[in-house]
Design a protein around this ligand. Structure first.
Ligand code: TTP
Ligand code: CA
Ligand code: CA
Length: 654
């Protein structure tokens, strides 16, 4: 369940940047003939022309939607260009999109703390940059305002007064604005500059939201798309939120949002305002109650994390309809391919970024017998991650078998798998000062051998099956640290053999100065470049050279976000139930005890699912994970009316 974070004392300037029809833009850059054309990217599949996963704004004008199949898109827009996602190992290969996302991150991170939130979006904390601008070149003293900034959408600014750009310019330059709004104006100018820089350097357009916190910035970044930005002054927050459907709020897209709707009759954020904080706490617990009370008022203390790299790696594949997998051999064959890709990606993360992943998780969607939609879900399973393709494949298969065992219970029935994915999470940096570790592991002149990173616990022969790993990944994490640490400290002479990229981490003080110098240079270079284009270039103008831009009012649908928060689900309770039932199960259903023991040991805790991993999984699995998130049942012994809403009826509704 979500919890309220302490709010910062000082006002912040936060931006959320999201690429427009991202995969389409990547394909258009690869094949410029597609620019300005109705285009969609299609997931590899030969059924009805494949599933659309990204749709250009030109195609959206014809009514083409992401939910369509290729054949359907052709019907509503005969001229549409359908581009297939690159394929490797018979599945989508997203590497080209991932590295395009990294280009965005590299540019945006020059201006402040930057958090890579998904394949095509980032959060930026621009507070320091905005304060600096306000001190050194406040907008009210500028002769010319960066043109792209004057195209901003400012929430609450009347749109019917004269020339819109003039009124935006006037708003950005108000001498009598309060400090918070002045900072936002600077933020809007900085984001406009960054977006133009992204366009110039990557050829991609993006949209952005600028506000005092992450929640508001994310809520508005998709409000005006493509290639536009939206600013949320504090004075506009209440009007903006009041009519916003509750399900559009981050972390309320799932069961918690449903409970608010069904149990309390809360349809919009405005409806939530009529509940006292104590009432919300009474129903959802102290932390979540306070969180709900605050978000209804646009208050969120959540910080932008300093993270340029993904939090996790995941790869999956769906097997719709007749393609469902129905035996261990076919599951193994697919798992092997997925694990091979995962192994390559964590290996490259290790080589390039000196990061090690700790946890391997398997998710699947299954049905059994003749049920098409089993009520019981296939439990996600995880275990400590051992490097090396063969080991990952072996472990993933064991996780699958363990999950299947739990899924089927005592039933000896047929089953089918419609979706399968593996992910590597809990990634940590190899600590600074340990840069020789890779060289030590590799040995001079050799490439890293993943098998060498196997730090699994000494095996206990008394434990069978996947129990050999451990009861908790924490244990193995400790082991990994210890093991890596030992190797490092007994071989200090390997330090000088470090590759430059590794040794960069050794002297943080020195390097942070270098980084700063580099950053200042970069900023100077950028501001020069931006001065060059001042008054002549705007993103919309740039776009209009190739095609007319639809100023499409974007539906807020895609803003729905229901990933599990730090305390987000009752799944742990499920795990608890499972654990407490374990001795009984073990004795009853499995005399050897090994499998049932493992099943409770490896019950995946939904708290541990990283939202970034979820985003990379097939939509089917994403939906399932979102479905897990449900509010806890109220344990109060109070007698309610026939529905909870009758008990907690908001005043204005009664
Ligand atoms: P989104 O940011 O949701 O969408 P988008 O960038 O295509 O379009 P918009 O301009 O509305 O932001 O997703 C980013 C990319 O992630 C998208 O281009 C393709 C991929 N993706 C999938 O593969 N499957 C999905 O279900 C979704 C939502 C996205
Ligand atoms: Ca996007
Ligand atoms: Ca996105």
């Amino acid at each position: 369940m979500p919890v309220a974070r302490p709010e910062p004392q000082e006002p912040r300037v936060i931006a959320h940047v999201d690429m427009d029809c991202f995969y389409v833009q990547v394909e258009q850059r690869r094949n410029p003939a597609l620019r300005g054309q109705p285009t969609a990217v299609v997931q590899y599949n030969d059924w009805k022309g494949g599933g659309l996963i990204a749709v250009s704004y030109e195609a959206r004008k014809f009514g083409v939607k992401r939910s369509m199949r290729g054949d359907e898109a052709k019907m509503v827009c005969p001229s549409i260009n359908l581009v297939q996602v690159p394929v490797a190992r018979d599945k989508a290969d997203l590497n080209v999109y991932r590295s395009a996302g990294s280009e965005l991150v590299a540019i945006l991170s020059t201006k402040g703390k930057c958090e890579r939130a998904s394949i095509d979006e980032v959060y930026l904390d621009l507070t320091d940059a905005a304060k600096e601008m306000l001190l050194e070149s406040p907008p009210e003293l500028l002769e010319l305002i960066f043109e792209e900034a004057t195209k901003s959408n400012i929430l609450g600014l009347p749109s019917d007064i004269g020339n819109r750009e003039d009124s935006v310019r006037a708003w950005l330059c108000r001498a009598d604005a309060d400090y918070q709004d002045k900072l936002l104006s600077c933020g809007a100018i900085i984001v406009a500059q960054l977006r133009v820089k992204v366009l110039e350097e990557t050829e991609f357009t993006c949209s952005a939201g600028i506000a005092h916190n992450k929640m508001l910035a994310k809520l508005v970044s998709g409000m005006h798309k493509p290639a536009q930005q939206t600013v949320v002054p504090s004075s506009a927050v209440q009007d903006f939120l009041v009519s916003l459907p509750i399900k559009k709020m981050k972390q309320l897209g799932g069961k918690l949002g449903s409970s608010l709707q069904d149990d309390l009759g809360v349809k919009t954020v405005g409806d939530l305002l009529s509940f006292a904080e104590e009432k919300l706490q009474e129903y959802y617990g102290v932390n979540t109650g306070t969180w709900l009370w605050k978000i209804a008022r646009g208050i969120s203390g959540e910080e932008v994390e300093d993270r340029l790299l993904p939090k996790s790696h995941g790869c999956g594949k769906t097997f719709p309809g007749p393609k469902a997998l129905r035996n261990n051999a076919s599951v193994k064959s697919w798992l092997d391919r997925l694990c091979e890709e995962l192994s390559e990606r964590i290996q490259s993360d290790l080589n390039q970024n000196k990061r090690i992943a700790q946890t391997l998780t398997l998710h699947a969607r299954a049905s059994k017998g003749n049920e098409c939609d089993s009520i019981k879900k296939f439990p996600s399973k995880s275990c400590p991650l051992r490097y090396g393709t063969g080991k990952i494949q072996e472990d993933a298969m064991k996780l699958f078998e363990s999950g299947l065992h739990d899924f089927l219970g005592s039933q000896n029935t047929k089953w089918s798998i419609t979706s399968l994915s593996v992910s590597a999470s809990k990634i940590f940096d190899i600590p600074s000062g340990t840069s020789s570790i890779l060289r030590y592991i590799k040995g001079p002149n050799s490439t890293v051998s993943p098998a060498n990173l196997d730090c699994s616990l000494p095996q206990d022969p008394s434990l069978g099956g996947i129990n050999q790993f451990s009861n908790s990944s924490l244990t193995v994490l400790t082991c990994k640290h210890a093991s890596l640490g030992n190797k490092l400290y007994i071989t200090p002479n390997h330090e000088e053999q470090c590759e430059p990229s590794s040794s960069e981490k050794e002297d943080r003080g020195k390097n942070s100065n270098l980084d700063k110098q580099h950053q200042v240079k970069e900023e100077k270079r950028m501001s020069k470049k931006l001065t060059d284009v001042k008054g002549t270039c705007s993103i919309l103008k740039f776009l209009s050279q190739s095609s007319p831009v639809v100023n499409e009012k974007r539906k807020l649908d895609s803003l729905t976000c229901s990933h599990p928060g730090p305390e987000s689900s009752s799944e742990p309770n499920k795990a608890e139930e499972h654990k407490s039932a374990q001795p009984f199960d073990r004795n009853k259903s499995n005399p050897s005890g090994s499998n049932s023991a493992s099943s409770s040991t490896w019950m995946f805790n939904v708290e541990d699912i990283d939202p970034a991993v979820v985003e990379e999984l097939p939509p089917e699995i994403q939906r399932e994970i979102h479905g897990w998130i449900r509010p806890p049942k109220h344990s109060s012994s109070k007698t309610r009316g026939s529905t909870i809403s009758s008990y907690f009826q908001p005043a204005k509704r009664s």
